[in-house]
Design a protein around this ligand. Structure first.
Ligand code: IPE
Ligand code: IPE
Ligand code: MG
Length: 256
């Protein structure tokens, strides 16, 4: 980062709505269990929460919303649950793509899509293509995604570039690595929200969360409403984002 304090990223308390919000949507299974319903019912209710929060983020002027829908580790769940989740993803994309497009939302998927069915891969590509030129909210859906996987695939591509002679190891720096991640052209994550009561990252955006504000709430994802989002945003607006500096330095910058 530049040593010029004028070039610090968005800083100081009250800086308003986060530009890039990431969400670990956790608690679907417990929501269903509490109602004596099978786990898939929780996942279906989770889709309704996604719809609400996408719309709410759009209205509040969030630029990027990244939703953790299925982790690299979630492949280890019972086969039946994995297949329900994949099916739900396919149906939701089929159903919602045109509405998202009408609302000027740009859809993107990050993760290892080689593990998906051809049909799901085609549906993802179609939704991305349809919405590619939209200028509203960018909705990033992380499916079959893991932060370690993302870093490993970046390392592999860098190694390949060195091997074929197009890159000198001397050129490997933070911005080069960042440019190789699945999130390359997105702004840094400002706020991470995790529902469901756990205080962990679960292999989500490891690199990208380096300076995010972390907000954990016990609310289960299917119960997450616009008012909960506002609570998280209010909390975020009260953070002083120092990026390694002192409060006094920030005071000087915001007065400048
Ligand atoms: C999050 O809810 C959704 C996915 C991980 C796909 P869970 O299914 O993890 O719900 P809990 O944590 O068991 O309640
Ligand atoms: C994290 O939730 C992944 C998603 C929400 C997609 P998990 O429920 O899989 O997380 P752990 O396993 O409890 O850490
Ligand atoms: Mg969970």
């Amino acid at each position: 980062m530049s040593s010029n304090p004028e070039q610090l990223p968005a800083i100081a308390a009250g800086s308003g709505v986060p530009r890039h919000v990431a969400v670990v949507m956790d608690g679907n299974g417990r929501w269903a269990q509490a109602r004596f319903l099978p786990r898939p019912a929780g996942h279906r209710a989770g889709v309704d929460a996604v719809r609400r929060i996408v719309e709410a983020c759009g209205r509040r002027g969030v630029k990027v919303l990244t939703l953790f829908a299925f982790s690299s580790e979630n492949w280890t769940r019972p086969e039946e649950e994995v297949s329900v989740l994949m099916d739900l993803m396919l149906r939701t994309l089929e159903k919602e793509a045109s509405r998202l497009h009408e609302n000027n939302v740009r859809v993107r998927m990050i993760g290892d899509r080689s593990r998906f069915s051809h049909r799901l891969q085609r549906q993802i590509a179609a939704a991305e293509e349809l919405t590619a030129d939209n200028t509203g909210l960018t909705l990033v859906i992380a499916v079959s995604y893991g932060g370690r996987w993302d870093l490993a695939q970046a390392a592999r591509r860098i190694a390949e570039a060195v091997q074929d002679g197009s890159l000198d190891p001397e050129q490997v720096n933070e911005s080069l690595v960042e440019g190789m991640l699945n999130t390359a052209d997105l702004p840094p994550t400002d706020l991470l929200i995790r529902t469901g009561g756990e205080s962990r990252i679960s292999n989500f955006l490891l690199w990208q969360l380096a300076y995010a504000e972390l907000y954990f709430t016990p609310v289960l994802w299917p119960d997450f409403r616009e008012a909960h989002l506002d609570e998280a945003f209010d909390w975020y607006a009260g953070r002083e984002r120092r990026f390694g500096r002192t409060s006094e330095q920030l005071g000087r910058v915001s007065r400048a």
